[in-house]
Design a protein around this ligand. Structure first.
Ligand SMILES: Nc1ncnc2c1ncn2[C@@H]1O[C@H](COP(=O)(O)OP(=O)(O)OP(=O)(O)O)[C@@H](O)[C@H]1O
Length: 311
C-alpha cells in the first residue's frame, strides 16, 4: 500500500437531495487544490509509486536563477517546443520523451533552475535517487512508466549512481539498479505518455556514451561558474529594491547600485583573467552576509582565500 494513512468517512443525510454529496466533495477538492496553487510539489518513490514529499513549496521565480547568456532561454524554448509537438511525435511513432543533461561545477544553479522551470510551467518534480535502498531494475521501469501527469523527473549526480553500485555500505547494502537496467528503463516501451527527464552531474566526462546518446539525452548544456556579467546580474537582483521590500531595507540609489554592480563585474573579470573562479552559490552566500557596499571587499577576500588554498 502507499503508506499514507487513510480512513473511510460515511456521510448520511435525511434529505432526498443526493447532489449534496458531489457538491460537498467538489468543494473539499477545490479547497485542497487551492492549497497547492502556485506551489511546487516534489514527489519521491514510495515502493513502486510516486508520492508527494513534504508540503508543496513556494515556486522560485525563474529570473531569480541567473545563468550564462542564452542558457535558460535555450532550455525553456526546447521544453516548450517539445510540449507542443505531442501529435508530431505520435504521427511518426517516436516515443514522446525528452532528456536533458545539465552539467557543471557544484553550486552553479542546475537544480535551482530545473525547479524554477518546473514551477513556471506548473509542473511538479519527481526526484529519483538511483542509489536508493531497495530500488531495483524492475521497480525503476515501473516508476519511469508511471510518472504523475505534468511532472519532470530529476536525477541528480547521475555519474555517482553507478560508481556507488560497486561500493557496499556498512550494513552490507548494495544498490541494485544496474546500468543496463537504467538504460532499459529510460527507453521503456514506446508509449504516448509524455516524459521529461532532467539529469545533472558535476562530471560529464565520467558518463558512459550510451547514456548521453540522443533519445536519452537530447540537450546537454554546461552550467558553469559565475561569469562577470552573471555576478553583476545577481548583485543587482540581490540589492535592488523589490516592490514588496519593507522600508528600512538598505537604502541605495539606483545610480550607486549600478556603479557597485559595475565594479563587481570588473573585479570578477580581472580575477577570471588571473585564473580565479567563483560559484554562483558562493556569491549568493557572500551577498546574504554583506551589505551592497561591503560586497566588493568580501568578493576580493573570497578570491584571495581561493588563491591561498590553491596548491
Ligand atoms: N545561477 C544561479 N543563480 C542564482 N542562484 C544560484 C545560482 N547558482 C546557484 N545558486 C544558489 O546556490 C545554491 C545552490 O544551487 P544549486 O543547488 O541549484 O546548484 P547545483 O548546480 O545544482 O549544485 P550541485 O551540482 O552541487 O548539485 C542555491 O541556494 C541557489 O539559490
Amino acid at each position: 500500500m502507499s503508506g499514507i494513512p487513510w480512513e473511510t468517512v460515511t456521510l448520511t443525510t435525511l434529505s432526498r437531495d443526493r447532489t449534496i454529496f458531489p457538491k460537498l466533495l467538489a468543494e473539499a477538492r477545490d479547497i485542497a487544490m487551492r492549497g497547492q496553487e502556485g506551489k511546487l510539489v516534489i514527489h519521491t518513490p514510495w515502493g513502486i509509486e510516486w508520492k508527494p514529499f513534504g508540503l508543496p513549496r513556494r515556486k522560485r521565480p525563474l529570473k531569480s536563477v541567473v545563468l550564462g547568456s542564452g542558457i535558460a532561454e535555450a532550455v525553456e524554448k526546447d521544453v516548450s517546443a517539445f510540449l507542443q509537438r505531442r501529435q508530431w511525435y505520435a504521427d511518426r511513432g517516436i516515443p514522446y520523451r525528452r532528456g536533458y543533461l545539465l552539467h557543471g561545477p557544484p553550486g552553479s544553479g542546475k537544480s535551482s533552475f530545473i525547479q524554477a522551470l518546473a514551477g513556471s510551467l506548473s509542473y511538479d518534480i519527481c526526484v529519483l535517487n538511483l542509489s536508493e535502498r531497495g530500488l531495483a531494475d524492475d521497480k525503476l521501469i515501473h516508476l519511469l512508466s508511471n510518472i504523475p501527469e505534468r511532472s519532470f523527473v530529476l536525477i541528480e549526480d547521475i555519474d555517482a549512481a553507478f560508481n556507488k553500485r560497486v561500493q557496499t555500505s556498512e550494513d552490507g547494502y548494495q544498490s541494485s539498479v544496474t546500468f543496463s537496467g537504467f538504460l532499459n528503463a529510460l527507453d521503456g516501451v514506446a508509449s504516448g505518455e509524455e516524459r521529461i527527464i532532467f539529469m545533472t552531474t558535476n562530471h560529464p566526462e565520467r558518463l558512459d556514451p550510451a547514456l548521453i546518446r540522443p533519445g536519452r539525452v537530447d540537450l546537454s548544456l554546461l552550467i558553469g561558474d559565475a561569469s562577470s556579467s552573471q555576478a553583476k546580474r545577481l548583485f543587482i537582483q540581490f540589492y535592488g529594491r523589490g516592490e514588496e521590500e519593507p522600508s528600512g531595507w538598505e537604502e541605495i540609489q539606483e545610480d550607486e547600485l549600478t556603479a557597485l554592480g559595475n565594479s563587481i563585474e570588473r573585479l570578477v573579470e580581472e580575477e577570471m583573467q588571473a585564473g580565479g573562479k567563483v560559484s554562483m552559490a558562493a556569491l549568493q552566500g557572500l551577498f546574504i552576509r554583506s551589505s551592497a557596499r561591503e560586497a566588493a571587499d568580501g568578493l576580493r577576500s573570497l578570491f584571495k582565500e581561493q588563491r591561498t588554498l590553491k596548491p
